[in-house]
Design a protein around this ligand. Structure first.
Ligand code: PMP
Length: 318
């Protein structure tokens, strides 16, 4: 826990999880001024603990804070604090490749005031929990054609609680209709693929081209996405980052092309998609054992676990 008061962060403390008390006037309860991150620590084969891409998560946290009119965190708080916490709790990093220690840093507005304004007081906290990958089977996903997640100029590129609140109803409806996840389309034309629930989305065309939507201010710039794009050339893949019409993907599937689709994210890792539903039509994507996405998943896992060398400086060993 750290506190922001009188223009600076202080009071960094580590201890057991306990309840916090907030006034009913605390601004985070009213105006959505909340930001979070999600990262993981892995056990390496030589028994160390690897906090994966800590620096990148720190930078994204501060970009999100800026978008939500919240003060940036110093590295001494986010980076050193998380290292110290994970080091102290490293027995929770289980020696099983299926598990990782999930790290959830977050910041909330705590000034007591009614009135829509940026708070002058904040709390930063970090909680930990061992976690398995979200999904253990290929997903059925629904292309959402009524609701949108974020529009250009909105806060979609920030990990702000409000983005997730707005996605709950469409997600609930999709689940009731038998789907695991949603694919979001762009807000203005509802034609272009944005991302999925808590994942960026990627495609492999004919086993050789990795295709993913280009970043914009309505898409979260996923760190898993970035890692995969950097690894792709090593796996012999061509990378295309561009706008993608949903119908392009579905036309390719319809024409019998081999199209792999998968979601990528810290919690979801790499989640194969087996079916995409668009306007009541169902399209089956390629999930057989020789699919390229499983090779990507293995490569990423090997780097995190210290089996493959990390040329990128992504590993933060504690
Ligand atoms: N998009 C959204 C909306 C997310 O919540 C997440 C999870 N943080 C992602 C994409 C994937 O991002 P990352 O790879 O950094 O976890």
């Amino acid at each position: 826990v750290a506190k922001y008061e009188n223009g600076s962060w202080s009071n960094f403390q580590i201890g057991p999880v306990k309840n916090i008390s907030l006034s009913p006037l605390a601004m985070c309860l009213h105006y959505g001024q909340t930001v979070f991150e999600g990262l993981k620590a892995f056990k390496t084969v030589d028994g160390k603990v690897n906090i994966f891409r800590l620096e990148s998560h720190f930078k994204r946290m501060n970009r999100s804070l800026e978008r939500m009119a919240m003060p940036p965190l110093p590295a001494s708080c986010f980076i050193d604090g998380i290292r110290e916490l994970v080091n102290k709790e490293s027995h929770w990093v289980i020696d099983d490749p299926e598990y990782a220690l999930y790290i959830r840093p977050f910041a909330i507005a705590t000034e007591n005031k009614l009135g829509v304004d940026a708070s002058h007081e904040y709390l930063f906290m970090v909680v930990l929990s061992p976690l398995k990958a979200y999904y253990n089977r290929p997903l059925r996903v629904l292309v959402e054609t009524t609701y949108i997640r974020s529009a250009r100029g909105g806060a979609g590129a920030a990990k702000n609680g409000g983005n997730y609140g707005a996605s709950l109803l469409p997600q609930q409806k999709a689940k009731q209709a038998g789907f695991d996840q949603i694919i979001w389309l762009d807000a203005s034309e509802k034609k272009y693929i944005e991302e999925s629930g808590t994942m960026n989305i990627m495609f492999i065309l004919n086993g050789k081209t990795l295709l993913t939507p280009a970043l914009s201010d309505s898409i979260l710039d996923g760190i898993t996405r970035d890692s995969i794009l950097k690894l792709a050339p090593e796996l012999g893949l061509e990378v295309e980052e561009r706008t993608i019409q949903i119908t392009e993907i579905l036309d390719r599937v319809g024409a019998g092309e081999k199209v792999e689709a998968f979601g990528v994210g810290t919690a979801a890792v790499i989640s194969p998609i087996k079916e995409i539903s668009y306007k009541d039509e169902l399209f089956e994507t390629y999930v057989e054992e020789d699919a390229v996405m499983y090779r990507i998943k293995n490569k990423l896992s090997e780097i995190r676990r210290g089996i493959s060398p990390d040329h990128f400086g992504w590993s933060d060993l504690v």
